[in-house]
Ligand binder design. Structure first.
Ligand code: DQA
Length: 141
């Protein structure tokens, strides 16, 4: 099974971006880990990142058309992108929303996720392990 692991804005800067919040592991290392865990679970994992809302929406359409499961870290789009939510709502395979930090324990504006209501479930607050847990959650279904 192919799985898309999609990452929104600023996540390519993992490793140097606010390491006290997001850790010091690079995006490339995260991508490699996701692919390795995927291999262990029998998934062909395609990891992507974009800062562009339109590109992310396009990838979700691609997942919809191919009935692919998605692990999505929508980053800041989580909190305000209705376009992203509407794209997620069209998915037919499971969608796991992931966050490295726990947005509920941070600023007020991060307490709302417009994506959560159309996700199968959400995993947040476990650092980069949130992605591993998300892939395992897909595998458990
Ligand atoms: C994030 C949390 C968001 O609030 C933030 O905008 C991000 C990353 C996380 O993974 O913890 O960019 O999605």
């Amino acid at each position: 099974t192919r799985v898309l692991v999609l990452n929104g804005p600023n996540l390519a800067r993992l490793g140097s971006r606010e390491p006290e919040v997001y850790g010091s592991t690079s995006y490339e290392t995260l991508a490699e880990r996701c692919r390795a865990i995927g291999t262990e679970l029998g998934f062909d994992v395609d990891v992507r990142q974009t800062d562009d809302e339109a590109e992310l929406v396009g990838w979700l359409h691609e997942a919809t058309d191919a009935s692919l499961p998605v692990v999505l870290n929508p980053a800041a789009f989580t909190h305000y992108s209705y376009a992203l939510r509407d794209a997620c709502a069209q998915l037919t395979a499971p969608l796991v929303e992931v966050h490295i930090s726990n947005p509920a324990a941070r600023e007020e504006f991060r307490h709302t996720s417009v994506v959560a209501g159309v996700a199968t479930g959400t995993i947040a607050g476990f650092g980069l392990a949130s992605y591993e847990l998300a892939l395992r959650a897909l595998s458990a279904r």
